[in-house]
Unconditional design. Structure first.
Length: 365
């Protein structure tokens, strides 16, 4: 049964210079309403009325949408009694009234894209909000009733130092939030920085030092490092994202949205016009065979701090994991990058830093 759904809202006021996600700027209110109309039709065609445990509005900038349009989408679904309903917001696009209306619509979790509290850095990377606006948005969300607030930060930004990054996290901790996501800067094709690389960005070693410093600070302040990029106070882990990492099925609705149902992964058309004309079809569908499924379970499982459950993998795929991967296990256990657990294996903090290398060995075995 599918109990999670992702909604992609592909609209932004402007494009951040590091962003390569599918989004469209300068869309009119009428265009966004048209998109909502199509999105509702897609949901009604594909959603099988299961009570959802999680719903997630991502983007883009979902907080550009009018409250009534968001309500129309939320009202398409049935929900479990304790459902987690998350929306990503840009601090510049919200005020207290909007946040209170979000809360009253049934949305109960906010994910705030802060990235940094350094105004010079924010301007350099193309963010439209200021540090003051970010602080105000979090405070207003709390006053509106939100008790589950996540903030996103990026490390390795132009001109960013370890001390500056750690100071950002200290400011966030003082806000009384429940969840923090940290992402190392990656410059990928499709973003502004790809064609015009900024000066004074962190190299891999500096990014690694920032990451380890963040782990140390956050764990000392009551946050559990439960996934490679995510930290939470106990009980506030992102249940929606855990659904991904636990290899569970989920719906994907909207332009460029991805879904995973009945052992098939699919993607909607990324082009906005194509999506609106062809929402009943998919841009691609990939049937996941047994070998691909095994690779994904290993890849996703190792993202979690608790690591993989060897017994579960052996049962699902009728293999002897420790025999099949004995050389890889020995290699990275000896270097301290892999740690044995009561249920299987997990990465050490240093293992997370070279996770792509380790996972490549598993997948190519």
């Amino acid at each position: 049964m599918t109990t999670s759904a992702y909604i992609h809202i592909p609209f932004c006021k402007s494009k951040c210079k590091y962003c390569s996600f599918v989004s469209y700027i300068n869309q009119t209110e009428a265009q966004m309403k048209k998109y909502t109309d199509v999105l509702v039709k897609e949901i009604k065609d594909y959603y099988k009325k299961e009570p959802l445990k999680t719903l997630y509005f991502g983007g883009g900038t979902p907080s550009l949408m009018e409250i009534n349009d968001l309500k129309r989408i939320v009202e398409c679904f049935n929900f479990d009694e304790n459902a987690e309903i998350t929306i990503e917001i840009n601090p510049e696009t919200v005020d207290y009234t909007y946040l209170a209306e979000l809360y009253n619509s049934g949305i109960n979790r906010i994910s705030t894209g802060i990235q940094s509290f350094d105004d010079k850095i924010l301007k350099t990377i193309g963010r439209i909000h200021t540090s003051k606006k970010a602080l105000t948005a979090v405070n207003q969300a709390q006053k509106a009733g939100f008790k589950n607030i996540s903030t996103d930060f990026i490390y390795g930004l132009p001109e960013q130092t370890i001390d500056g990054f750690v100071n950002d996290l200290k400011i966030a901790l003082n806000l009384g939030i429940q969840h923090i996501s940290l992402y190392g800067l990656k410059i990928e094709e499709g973003c502004t920085f790809y064609n015009k690389k900024p000066e004074n960005i962190a190299d891999d070693d500096l990014q690694a030092d920032m990451y380890l410093a963040a782990i140390d600070l956050l764990e000392k302040n009551g946050f559990e490092h439960y996934e490679i990029s995510n930290f939470a106070r106990k009980g506030f882990e992102s249940r929606h994202n855990l659904n991904y990492w636990n290899d569970e099925w989920y719906y994907g609705f909207g332009a460029a949205a991805h879904g995973y149902i009945d052992d098939s992964r699919y993607a909607n058309y990324a082009n906005l016009r194509q999506y609106e004309l062809n929402y009943k079809t998919k841009e691609y569908i990939e049937n996941i065979d047994k070998q691909k499924h095994l690779e994904e379970m290993i890849f996703l499982g190792f993202r979690k701090a608790e690591g993989i459950d060897v017994g579960k993998i052996n049962r699902v795929f009728s293999i002897d994991f420790e025999r099949k991967y004995k050389d890889i296990i020995k290699k990275f256990s000896n270097t301290g990058h892999l740690i044995q657990t009561p249920k299987g294996y997990k990465f050490s903090n240093e293992g997370f830093l070279i996770s792509n290398i380790i996972l490549s060995d598993f997948i190519n075995c």
